[in-house]
Design a protein around this ligand. Structure first.
Ligand SMILES: C[S@@+](CC[C@H](N)C(=O)[O-])C[C@H]1O[C@@H](n2cnc3c(N)ncnc32)[C@H](O)[C@@H]1O
Length: 273
């Protein structure tokens, strides 16, 4: 039963129209948008959520969009106080706090997809690693030799280190706290695969790949683009890489989320020639 149906006796028709259709569940935390006009119904909304999701301990109201370099939105609790929780994903466990570091359940399918592509003994670089879901899912589901993850937000990096220990992948996953612009150039050797879930302007980080991916190696390049440009994306991405002196072939373009009305997140799988 939808939230609207659960609340149809508590909110009037106009108020029901303002109610968002969906909410996000992260471990035992629910994140929901509640417009100011129906904020006086917060308790009814919480009760409706709790009636369906008995494990929920905290309900956070999202105020404004995910923004800033760290990609963290602002939240205010409307039920409970605890903002740290444990999320299960593909047999891994992640300690997260959405008020301090980015984590989205929506990319979990993507993480599994990438992990299934990894060959035995690969050396992998994950830029913008957040609390570590890409490196850790890859380490657990595949058999890489090494996965290096880089993250700038100190809170996210701290959770990343904790999650590496929690999932017992210390031998495989190495955490670097810092800016990819500074860390990547100092990393020795070439990688078999680079994952780039960039938070914004992915094209501005392509130059970092020079000399870092072996010939025949793979890049998973995440970018945002307008829906109308979808057909040209393949060509546009090839051109961006060429402009940076990197010759690549596009293996796949896949839509993997919605960012704003008519703006989607895409992943482009590339092979370096
Ligand atoms: C869209 S989130 C992706 C996080 C993670 N890969 C995931 O799937 O949950 C992007 C992350 O990049 C980090 N970040 C932003 N700019 C960065 C930079 N210049 N160097 C390293 N990390 C950066 C942010 O703090 C944020 O955690």
């Amino acid at each position: 039963m939808s939230l609207k149906e659960l609340l149809k006796d508590r909110l009037d028709e106009e108020e029901l129209k303002l109610l968002r259709r969906s909410f996000e569940i992260i471990g035992d935390i629910v994140i929901i948008e509640i417009p100011d006009e129906i904020l006086h119904h917060a308790r009814d909304i919480v009760d409706a959520i709790l009636s369906r999701h008995k494990h929920v301990r905290t309900v956070l109201r999202k105020i404004g969009e995910v923004n800033g370099v760290y990609r963290v939105a602002r939240y205010e609790p409307v039920y409970g106080e605890k903002t740290e929780t444990v999320v299960k994903e593909h047999g891994c466990r992640f300690l997260v706090d959405p008020t301090k570091a980015y984590y989205s359940v929506k990319l979990s399918g993507e993480r599994e997809r990438i992990a299934r592509l990894v060959g035995e003994g690969e050396r992998i670089l994950v830029m913008f690693a957040g609390v570590g879901p890409y490196p850790i899912v890859i380490a657990k589901l595949a058999r890489p030799e090494k996965v290096i993850g880089i993250e700038l937000n100190p809170h996210a990096a701290e959770y990343f280190r904790k999650n590496v220990r929690l999932n017992k992948v210390e031998d495989v996953v190495e955490v670097f706290e810092g800016d990819v612009e500074e860390v990547v150039p100092k990393l020795p050797g070439e990688f078999d695969r680079v994952v780039m879930p960039a938070p914004y302007s992915a094209e501005s980080f392509i130059h970092l790949l020079k000399g870092k991916v072996r010939r025949g190696g793979f890049v998973h390049y995440y970018t945002f683009d307008s829906q109308n440009e979808e057909e040209r994306l393949h060509e546009k991405v090839m051109k961006r890489f060429e402009d940076e002196g990197l010759s690549v072939e596009v293996l796949k373009v896949r839509r993997c989320g919605n960012f704003a009305p008519y703006v989607n997140r895409y992943v482009v799988d590339l092979r370096v020639l």
